[in-house]
Design a protein around this ligand. Structure first.
Ligand SMILES: NC(=O)c1ccc[n+]([C@@H]2O[C@H](COP(=O)([O-])OP(=O)(O)OC[C@H]3O[C@@H](n4cnc5c(N)ncnc54)[C@H](OP(=O)(O)O)[C@@H]3O)[C@@H](O)[C@H]2O)c1
Length: 281
């Protein structure tokens, strides 16, 4: 196990949901946490949280879509704290709607935050990790990075890309003392749905998806009660940071295990029929 107190942990998207829960959970357990947000107001709220905990949590402005913002933030953290032991790539949002209705710009934005944002962070942090002989990169993926549901094609594509990148980098970085780990949460009670971007053409009467969207929305509401406390993900992230030899993938939530297992052992047509019935009929 590693010493919590020695760990400087940078978490992107720490203003809300899983990132916020993880920042507070780790800070309470003695990690030196740097939580980021694009918004000065949300950073202030994070700082107030830090005061309540009694320090150990610092807020830094960061937009993962900007090269300049990322390099300035990472430089300032290294200058102030000497190193970054753990990077948690958590910042992301969902693009929702039938794939045909996504504009090129909407899909581009989705990848810019969820995939290129994470890559930009890794590129910025790696030189310092290599200089200090090690570190851990935790990429927060999703059940949608393994099993895709209807109307989540853009979001799932960005998480599949993150999974693919992580698979390659774990081989490349492991001999250099850097661990790459994927966390795959199921359904958690956060602001994710509120922050979700609905494709501007999703509801267009010219598109043929209206009846399917209506059924999906009705079905989807049934699952709201299953959304779990994001602290569960925070605990998994804490476990990864403390593990001497963490696994590569951590699923969080029974529905992830069920989905991954179902997709791998059931005949494809049966799996498609079951998922359609659960979500669209
Ligand atoms: N909630 C779920 O059920 C669920 C399930 C599977 C996976 N996940 C994954 O868990 C992670 C956290 O999601 P959440 O559910 O906690 O969502 P959330 O409550 O909406 O929080 C998203 C965070 O991402 C930040 N963010 C968004 N765009 C950003 C950008 N361009 N630059 C920097 N920060 C940005 C936001 O910060 P600011 O707006 O303050 O900048 C916010 O703190 C995501 O990777 C998501 O894909 C969530």
């Amino acid at each position: 196990m590693t010493d919590d107190k020695a760990s400087t942990v940078l978490i992107t998207g720490a203003s809300s949901g899983i990132g916020r829960a993880s920042a507070l959970y780790l800070a309470e357990r003695g990690c030196n946490v740097i939580g980021t947000s694009r918004s000065p107001a949300r950073l202030d709220a994070l700082r107030r949280d830090a005061e309540r905990i009694g320090g150990g949590l610092h807020g830094v402005a960061l937009d993962v879509r900007s090269d300049r913002s990322v390099s300035e933030a990472v430089e300032s953290v290294i200058e102030a704290h000497g190193r970054i032991d753990v990077l948690v790539n958590n910042a992301a949002y969902g693009l929702w709607g039938p794939a045909q209705t996504f504009s090129m710009g909407e899909l581009d934005d989705q990848f810019e935050t969820n995939f290129f944002g994470a890559f930009r962070m890794i590129k910025a942090v790696l030189p310092s990790m290599l200089e200090h002989g090690g570190g851990t990169v935790i990429n927060v993926s999703s059940v949608e990075g393994r099993v895709v549901t209807p109307f989540n094609g853009g979001y799932a594509a960005s998480k599949f890309a993150l999974e693919g990148l992580s698979e390659a980098m774990r081989f490349e970085l492991w001999p250099l003392g850097i661990r790459v780990v994927l966390v795959e949460p199921g359904l958690f009670a956060t602001d994710f749905e509120r922050n979700q971007v609905v494709a501007s053409d999703a509801e267009s009467p010219e598109m043929p998806y209206g009846p399917m969207l209506a059924k999906y929305r009705k079905r989807r509401r049934r699952y709201d009660g299953f959304a779990k406390d994001p602290v569960r993900v925070a605990k998994v992230i804490h476990r990864i940071i403390r593990a001497r030899r963490p696994r590569f993938r951590y699923r969080v939530g029974g529905e992830v295990t069920l989905g991954v297992l179902g997709a791998s052992i059931l005949p494809e047509r049966l799996f498609q029929a079951l998922l359609s019935r659960a979500l669209m009929r």
